[in-house]
Design a protein around this ligand. Sequence first.
Ligand code: GTR
Length: 413
Amino acid sequence: MALLAATVWAQAPGANYDEAKVGNFTLPDPLRMQSGQMVKDAATWRTKRRPEILRLFEETVYGRTPAARKIEYEMVNQAKDALGGKATRKQVTVWPVGRPGPTMHILMYLPNARKGAVPVFLGLNFGGNQAVQPDPAIAITKNWVRPPRHSKETRATEASRGAEASRWPVEMIVSRGYGVATVYYGDLFPDNKDGLPDSIIPKMYKPGQKARAPEDWNAIGAWAYGLSRALDYLEKDTDVDAKRVAVLGHSRLGKTSLWAGAQDERFALVISNNSGEGGASLARRNFGETVERINTAFPHWFNDNFKKYNTRVNDLPVDQHMLIALIAPRPVYIASAQEDQWADPKGEFLAGKGADPVYRLLGTDGMGAAQWPGVHQPVMTRIGYHLRAGKHDVTNYDWDQFIKFADRHMPKR
Ligand code: GTR
């Protein structure tokens, strides 16, 4: 992804990286209803303000997700001797919008040293399940994949096995008592501007519907839908403790994990890694990527209404601190990287901080840091945060913090 980000960066010479030029902005108060009424208690948050904010994000940013269809699934294969005997590997096919219909494929590793059902980290991957581990038993995706550098090949080959393995330290996760489950995001929506016809979205049109309305969902909505359907499966798998599933994602898939966690309260914990614009970072802060830039480069990610805010972000009825607030009081962890200026690390912190009043109203310790912490000073309160040295990526350092955060906030039974 670094490659693509660099390309887009090069195409955006106007992007601001000067803190002095960020300018002043006022964030909408997460505890102030559209009517002006202030939210003073948890019940009003729950029954009035939370649904209002959720609706505003549907209408103006990510789009409305249709009612979930009942999944069907089939266990394709299971091996108890994965990772040299440390893990059980399962591959499960799921029909996320009903059968017949498109399929998505879950790849899972569960620790063999488990006593009873285990907590699981669930996230989408960028290259197909075969890219997550160099394991020849993993089925190679047959769906569209982003062509590798200097290539136009949109079908995954043997060469892609393990290509993303550094981002999925499966042995480390399993050795610390967690399972890991992943799905290729292209099973839900091929990540290109012409991907809609091959996505799950037309399959969920109402009878007679031919096109999407401006407030309807788009790629991020479809990806998030897939995460919830993967959770539907995990709820049926007796080796998994579905009450302890952490949803996570990197970059555009971090935007997706936040949106999935905001909508679906069954996710016990939510992690955003370098999610940036349209994810954890504040839209109103003019630093790095902007709403206009993201809607231009990736018109298929957000709904059509979001484009109306390209040059007037201050008119948005929401900002991304309110997306974090939708996760409250569940634990949320926001990971930034120092060299990932395009994603605005400080803006990612400030969005977490901006959700603090809601977390506190709901009786938690919120965001423990008063100021943006320095490099490698993780904050482990209910809203967690770290700034890692290095570039836009997922590293073992990030995973080490995610696991510590999960140990603390999703305690073992
Ligand atoms: C970039 C995009 C970012 C981020 C990244 C990625 O090009 O501008 O918002 O999502 O892609 O997903 O790798």
